[in-house]
Design a protein around this ligand. Structure first.
Ligand SMILES: [Zn+2]
Length: 170
């Protein structure tokens, strides 16, 4: 086996870990959500850096267990480091992650344009329209600020009348 076949330790670890599904929304991986931050190789000692999503989402222990199990299954071991700063943001969710959320029936979070948000709120009295993941209509309304988890709000589409979850920007 050549070096190209096996790849570097860090590359092997990325391969082993990047597809691990999020415990709450299994259609997206922890890499697509931006939870899996870095894999560092310190002279053969691997270090995996993960950043928790909302503090209200009780999935971090599960993710750490999944990371360890996937490493072990691939004959790797690493120190798993939880990094809290900078804090995770929905802006870290990749484009592929957005598309998968939509396919799953969850409206992906809006990007956070820090200077625009305040203005938009003040000017119109409501937030940028959330698009229905089923039919694409902007004609939607929030029915509950908290859905199955604190991360999501429950919306209803007034065009196709389907309820859906909105992944709140954070
Ligand atoms: Zn709709």
């Amino acid at each position: 086996m050549t070096a190209a076949d096996s790849g570097s330790l860090a590359q092997r670890a990325w391969k082993a870990l990047e597809a691990i599904p999020d415990p709450e929304i299994p259609v997206v991986s922890i890499r697509e959500l931006g939870i899996l931050r870095e894999i560092n190789d310190h002279d053969g000692q691997l270090e995996v850096v993960i950043t928790p999503t909302y503090s209200g989402c009780p999935a971090m222990g599960q993710i750490e267990d999944d990371v360890r199990a996937a490493l072990e299954a691939n004959g790797l071991s690493a120190a798993v480091v939880t990094r809290l700063a900078p804090a995770w943001s929905t802006d870290w969710i990749s484009e592929a992650g957005h598309a998968k959320l939509r396919d799953f029936g969850i409206a992906p979070p809006h990007k956070l344009p820090a200077n625009v948000v305040q203005f938009a709120r003040g000017a119109t009295g409501n937030f940028e329209a959330v698009q229905c993941p089923h039919c694409g209509s902007d004609n939607t309304t929030e029915t509950s600020h908290f859905s199955s988890t604190a991360c999501k709000a429950l919306y209803k589409c007034l065009a196709c009348l389907e309820p859906f979850d909105y992944f709140k920007p954070y």
